[in-house]
Design a protein around this ligand. Sequence first.
Ligand SMILES: O=C(O)CCC(=O)C(=O)O
Length: 309
Amino acid sequence: MDLKHYKPIHWLYNLFHYKELKHNREAYKKYNIKKPLIASISSKDFPDKESRAWLDTGDSNLLASQKRSFSHFSSSIQKKIMNWSKDGHMILENFFDEDTCSAMNEEIDKLVKSQKLGFTQGNKLMFANKKSSLIKKAINDSLLKNILGFILDKEVVAFQTINFLQGSQQRAHSDSIHMTTYPLGYLIAAWVALEDVNADNGPLFYYPGSHKLPYLLNSDFNEGETFLTLGKKDYSEYEDVLDELVTQHGFQQREFHACKGDVFIWHANLVHGGAPIQNKALTRKSMVVHYYASDVIKYHEITERPSLI
Ligand SMILES: O=C(O)CCC(=O)C(=O)O
């Protein structure tokens, strides 16, 4: 069996990355989690199964305008924020200009050529934000962070970037199983089109309204977990259960056909993925940035590993 199946391997790894776990310290105190920061953590460690982000339990259409900072946004952004609870996503057209997108593409090319950035899991270029000040600056754009922070009603911190040169063709999933928070709902993602995207080059797909599905957690698809080992099921079991749920509820798939510079923001629980690439000769340059609210517990539900930030 794969060594990663054994939790003590993770504990040891975490010990060597202790500094990157300190972000969880205050939240462990706040939520009364009596575990070392290096220990495995998952939804079964949280007695309260009901806590959620404010716009999961309340409606942005009613609540957003009650916050003073709401008036700082343009009327177009205000409208998008008000629709957040209903839609679970938002499109910011032409958010990054042509030059900024081209500079990001050049930066990625340079990092790949110099082998400072390599492909993982087939087609992912991860953490360019740690290698490039230009990309770091773009993902910390103040308007973008203000919108994300408003939606979560908390300060947000970028956890990772993933750049794709071609469509991801990833099956439907919600990010909350990969980047889980306690309370639930405190992750948010911004997907940036670094070139035009249409049906040919494997667009992002999503299911509007699917963020209202129950958050799937280990207990919904996995079993056989022990103190020392993770559950026996593979990740594909999760994808199967989610596919079934989406079909049962009759959600309609939509594709995001984007212009270079557009940004698509999605809710932690919005079901999305990468559509098949119709023309394999085409690139689909994009970057997704996952942001956490800074003061919640942040971890990976499937492997029970606390996030390293
Ligand atoms: O860019 C895509 O095609 C999908 C990316 C994605 O699903 C993710 O990063 O969570």
